[in-house]
Design a protein around this ligand. Structure first.
Ligand SMILES: Nc1nc2c(ncn2[C@@H]2O[C@H](COP(=O)(O)OP(=O)(O)OP(=O)(O)O)[C@@H](O)[C@H]2O)c(=O)[nH]1
Ligand SMILES: [Mg+2]
Length: 643
């Protein structure tokens, strides 16, 4: 059986509900208020079976402009539309608006029912028919059948039925593969059952016992029962109108506009990149950052329009743009939407979602536009490659790809296969599966190499950098999980040598040895030539034209080997020089018991610059102890000061 949704559209009082009743025998105006006022307020539902195993779920929409919100919600799942135009009135404002909404929301086919044919004479009827055909030119209903009908007498209804059957044969049923999605258009409580939601299943299949999630709230539940066209069923398929009984959910927790989806599969969004079109009929241009209301499936949300490449969009124009939503919503690639202004209440444009989770980016980036072009092209491979490429150093996971493309796992696998084989994409992690573009992978490896070289310049005596240390130097917007695969790839290319602890450059060990050979003796010589007043760290660095950090490393080595002594952070002595000062001082103290700075200066001939640090050094070494401004020997050998 082929399941399709047939909808009505058209101006108030043009006979939509009467037509549905003439076709099906069902009065879809159920509310007392609807009966009293003789108008439709809420969406109405009916069924129609046609020869050729065709089942129509029918959605009857209200024509009153105040209820346009319900009307838009009804169009969400429509495969086929009957645009209802009363022969005695012809095309009216909501005829136009409804047609535009259907067009924007991607309804593919339909026909016109020229109702109330009994109200006008045949000449008039023919003339209105012509007018309508002219009016439809350029729309998706151009050339569609225009069928005169009278719902009162039933004239023309049989022909209408036949025509609907013919159109139905040309339309493809919604896809049963992929995850299910049920936008909620009604919520009610059924005695003994609890909360029931109704809607048209946009895709996939939903079955009793399925674990579900209601978005955007994230409320989790399980399917307790399903009804479709009045019968209990175990499983509902795409294109069917369903009533779904949700376990353990309060009536007040679910609303029209929510979507029921498989648990844990989708994420909601507040920013979407779209193809946006401003209607020719729009009264004004659309400014960058303008506020509008977005309608998609059964929900409505205020949005701000971000234009990428201009400050205003003129009527009839179409561009790539970004929409910022006031509240999170579930939007998937390919979802159509309508944009309306609230005062005056009018439909001004609409479009299609291209990227529901776009990366933060500059408004006018050409890369961003390129990606949107790829997304719009609809080629799975281009889309996947484009998305991973724009993710750049942060890469993209399989789950992200699924959310952002809306592709089923199977199609995603099929798209990834050739890209991985050709090397355009690299899988850098297994669980979860993470992908980088060829360019990003290369750039990450290069940045690691640069870090490694840089480290070795500043640490010339080290053979390599610690693995963990190098890992922390990955660019911040990347992912530490990419480190191991980058390293492995660099190693395979013989550009690094990695052992358990260190990452080294090939040939580097000899370089380190050479450096030791040249630099160390240089520093040693400068220190010993300096004798009592050696060059400072900075002076050594200047003399040898090497960075201080590097000199320091060599100095530390000399200290470890007992050849030099650190007197102050930037002052080093040859061990022999400090040794002789020490001897002189000890001898003096042994005899005199104490020494003042002046006496020490006379004793050694040192200038103040060197003398004070050296005295402090001997204090720190615990050779001497300071008493007032004098020093005495610490420990047993000291003599009591004499007065
Ligand atoms: N003479 C005549 N009257 C009709 C015909 N179809 C509908 N009507 C009348 O037109 C009025 C409006 O009909 P509805 O079917 O409620 O119109 P509607 O398009 O559903 O109106 P809304 O849902 O409020 O937009 C009712 O009084 C109907 O009896 C018809 O074919 N011939
Ligand atoms: Mg009605």
């Amino acid at each position: 059986m082929k399941h399709l949704i047939l909808g009505t559209a058209g101006h108030i009082d043009h006979g939509k509900t009467s037509l549905v009743k003439a076709l099906t025998g069902i009065d879809t105006d159920r509310l007392p208020e609807e009966k009293a006022r003789g108008i439709t307020i809420e969406l109405g539902f009916a069924n129609l079976d046609l020869p050729g195993d065709i089942h129509f779920g029918i959605v009857d929409v209200p024509g009153h402009e105040r209820f346009i919100r319900a009307m838009v919600a009804g169009v969400g799942g429509m495969d086929l539309v009957m645009l209802v135009i009363a022969a005695d009135e012809g095309v009216m404002p909501q005829t136009r608006e409804h047609l535009e909404i259907c067009q924007l929301l991607g309804v593919k086919k339909g026909l016109v029912a020229l109702t109330k044919s009994d109200m006008v004479d045949p000449d008039w009827l023919a003339m209105v028919g012509e007018e309508v055909r002219d009016y439809l030119e350029g729309s998706f209903l151009e050339g569609a059948p225009v069928m005169p009908v009278c719902s009162r007498s039933g004239e023309g209804i049989a022909e209408l039925r036949t025509e609907l059957g013919r159109l139905a044969a040309e339309i493809e049923q919604k896809r049963n593969d992929g995850p299910f999605r049920l936008p909620v258009d009604r919520v009610f409580t059924a005695a003994g059952f609890g909360t029931v939601v109704t809607g048209t299943l946009l895709s996939g299949q939903i079955a009793v016992g399925d674990d579900v999630e209601v978005l955007p709230s994230g409320l989790v539940s399980r399917v307790r029962g399903i009804q479709g066209h009045g019968k209990k069923m175990e499983k509902g398929g795409a294109g069917q109108r369903l009533a779904v009984n949700l376990q353990g959910v309060e009536h007040s927790q679910v609303h029209r506009g929510d979507t029921v989806v498989p648990r844990g599969l989708y994420q909601t969004t507040q920013t979407v990149d779209v193809r946006l079109r401003l209607l020719e009929s729009s009264a004004r241009s659309l400014k960058h950052r303008a506020g509008l209301r977005l309608h998609s499936a059964t929900y409505e949300v205020p949005v701000k329009v971000i234009l990428f490449d201009r400050n205003a969009l003129e009527p009839g124009e179409s561009v790539f743009a970004q929409l910022r939503l006031a509240r999170p919503a579930l939007l998937l690639p390919g979802d159509p939407f309508v944009l309306r202004t609230s005062s005056p209440s009018a439909t001004v444009g609409g479009g299609t979602v291209l990227d529901p989770l776009p990366p933060r980016r500059r408004r006018r980036s050409s890369e961003a536009l390129q990606l949107l072009e790829a997304l719009e092209s609809g080629e799975d491979g281009d889309i996947v490659a484009g998305l991973v490429k724009t993710g750049f150093l942060s890469g993209l996971s399989f789950a992200d790809l699924a959310s952002r493309t809306g592709l089923s796992s199977r199609r995603l696998e099929a798209a990834l296969g050739p890209l991985l084989t050709s090397g355009d994409l690299v899988q850098v992690y297994r669980d979860p599966r993470l992908y980088l573009s060829r360019e990003a992978f290369k750039s990450l490896k290069e940045s690691l190499l640069t870090e490694l070289r840089d480290f070795l310049i500043h640490n010339p005596l080290k053979a390599g950098i610690g693995r963990e240390e190098l890992k922390t130097r990955l660019p911040a917007r990347s992912d530490q999980r990419f480190f191991a695969p980058c390293l492995a790839s660099l190693e395979k290319e013989n550009r690094i040598i990695a052992d358990r602890e260190l990452v080294k450059l090939p040939g580097r060990e000899t370089a380190a040895a050479e450096a030791r050979g040249n630099v160390l003796p240089g520093i040693e010589k400068l220190l010993s030539d300096g004798g009592m007043e050696p060059p400072t760290l900075k002076e050594i660095s200047d003399k040898l034209s090497l960075p201080e950090k590097q000199i320091l490393e060599h100095l530390n080595l000399l200290i470890r080997e007992g050849k030099a002594v650190k007197v102050k952070s930037d002052l080093f002595y040859a061990a022999s020089a400090i040794g002789s000062i020490r001897e002189t001082l000890v001898a003096f103290l042994a005899e005199k018991g104490e020494v003042t700075p002046n006496e020490f200066r006379e004793l050694t001939g040192l200038s103040r610059k060197f003398m004070i640090p050296i005295l402090e050094y001997f204090d720190a070494e615990k050779l001497t102890i300071r008493v007032g401004d004098k020093r005495i020997l610490r420990g047993g050998t000291r003599k009591m000061p004499t007065n």
